[in-house]
Design a protein around this ligand. Structure first.
Ligand code: SF4
Length: 400
């Protein structure tokens, strides 16, 4: 950091414990620095790609500390939220096969499919859908139930792909005949490029974007280099940021500085975890097991070229889409739910007429209200049910 008050310099140099990443004095100093450097003659629209950033910001009241001309735009970085409805239906259908145990991460169990049937409601009707904490749990289930077909319904960005690759290699090495995976793994840089190519950004100007808060966990795997292309090509600065409130605020300050200085570079706020090259071992595992799909459908973004991963032919015996002949033709989303607009950053959750009334975490209509990383869930938890006010109350907004 440059030109910071002494308290910020001290924080940046000596921070060791998580409490220090939530220090209210440093938050106040960062807020003052942002207010001092944000040009009052213009506005700043900064997209946080990750749902983890959205929740961190609202949990700690960061929006309330920002000047009125600094706007956060919520991006599509929530793996449960971006899964299109036909893929949810695929999971439900598979769970209904009598020989199948369908396992996946917890949030996905509650996402409604095209007829509002989720894996949980299918389970109430007799389907065997189970929550697992990791792909390794699914592999153990397959070992424990040799008479059943255990299918791991894998979702997630680059962070969760390596563990899926590991269990596929282990299943292949062990010749486990009753284990397979549906790969719904997706890629962050392709999605950001797709947003920057969208009509809202390029032609209509309805989605102003001045820069990106880059993903945290994803970047520990892929590194900071993959963002260099669109920083240069689209002249949009990227600052990779951690998930603690002071990480987010420092990254915002770095972004505002880049915008003011008419720079469009990739900067790394999360130097304690992210390197330019990422994690070569994890990337090697993924490259061994997965290959790019030519296209993959995302809720909100539609078809995104080269944005999803399929299982390579060498591991075809463990590819559930091949084993069960699965297909997922596009299906109509619930038209009352504006999740697609929320995921593209063109609408806030509070613009949805169902927010906090018909749609709540106990009765979610769309995936953005289900997921612990969803924008609607963040607004519901931290802005109050039915709130149309986008900012959290100032008092007690930053924890000590
Ligand atoms: S509040 Fe519910 S229905 Fe509205 S966009 Fe969010 S998830 Fe969809």
């Amino acid at each position: 950091m440059r030109d910071e008050p002494p308290s910020l310099r001290k924080w940046a140099r000596f921070m060791k414990y998580v409490d220090e990443l939530r220090d209210p004095d440093v938050a106040r100093a960062l807020a003052a620095a942002i207010a001092a450097e944000a040009d009052t003659g213009r506005s700043y629209h900064l997209m946080e790609f990750c749902g983890g950033h959205t929740h961190a910001m609202f949990r700690y009241g960061v929006p309330d500390l920002l000047p009125a001309n600094v706007h956060m735009v919520h991006g599509p970085g929530c793996p449960v939220c971006v899964l299109p409805v036909e893929r949810v239906d695929m999971a439900v259908e598979l769970a209904r096969w009598p020989e199948v145990i369908l396992c996946t991460y917890g949030d996905l169990l509650r996402v409604p499919g095209s007829r509002r049937t989720s894996l949980l409601t299918a389970r109430a009707e007799g389907a065997d859908a189970r929550m697992v904490y990791s792909p390794a749990d699914a592999l153990s289930l397959a070992r424990d139930h040799p008479d059943r077909e255990v299918v791991f319904f894998a979702i997630g960005f680059e962070t969760t792909t390596p563990p899926t690759a590991v269990v596929l290699r282990q299943a292949a090495a062990a010749g486990l005949p009753n284990f397979s995976v549906v790969s719904n793994h997706v890629l962050t840089p392709a999605a950001i490029t797709h947003i920057l190519e969208s009509p809202e950004v390029r032609e209509l100007g309805t989605l102003p974007l001045d820069g990106f808060l880059g993903p945290s966990h994803v970047s520990t795997v892929i590194g900071s280099r993959p963002y260099e292309f669109f920083a240069e090509e689209y002249q949009k600065p990227v600052v990779i940021a951690g998930f603690e409130p002071l990480d987010v605020m420092q990254a915002m300050l770095m972004l505002i500085r880049q915008v003011n200085q008419v720079r469009a570079e990739v900067e790394n706020q999360l130097t304690r975890l992210v390197t330019p090259e990422g994690n070569p071992k994890a990337k090697g595992l993924v490259a061994d097991v997965f290959e790019l799909r030519k296209t993959f459908r995302w809720r909100g973004l539609g078809e995104v070229p080269y944005s999803g991963l399929a299982i390579k032919a060498a591991y075809a015996d463990f590819d559930a889409e091949r084993r069960f002949g699965l297909a997922s033709p596009p299906k109509r989303e619930n038209q009352a739910c504006i999740c697609p607009s929320v995921l593209r950053g063109v609408a806030k959750p509070t613009a949805c007429p169902l927010f906090g009334t018909t749609c709540t975490p106990d009765n979610p209509i769309g995936s953005c209200m289900v997921s612990s990383e969803g924008a609607c869930a963040a607004y519901y938890a931290y802005c109050g049910a039915g709130s149309t006010h986008l900012r959290v109350p100032r008092a007690e907004s930053v924890e000590g």
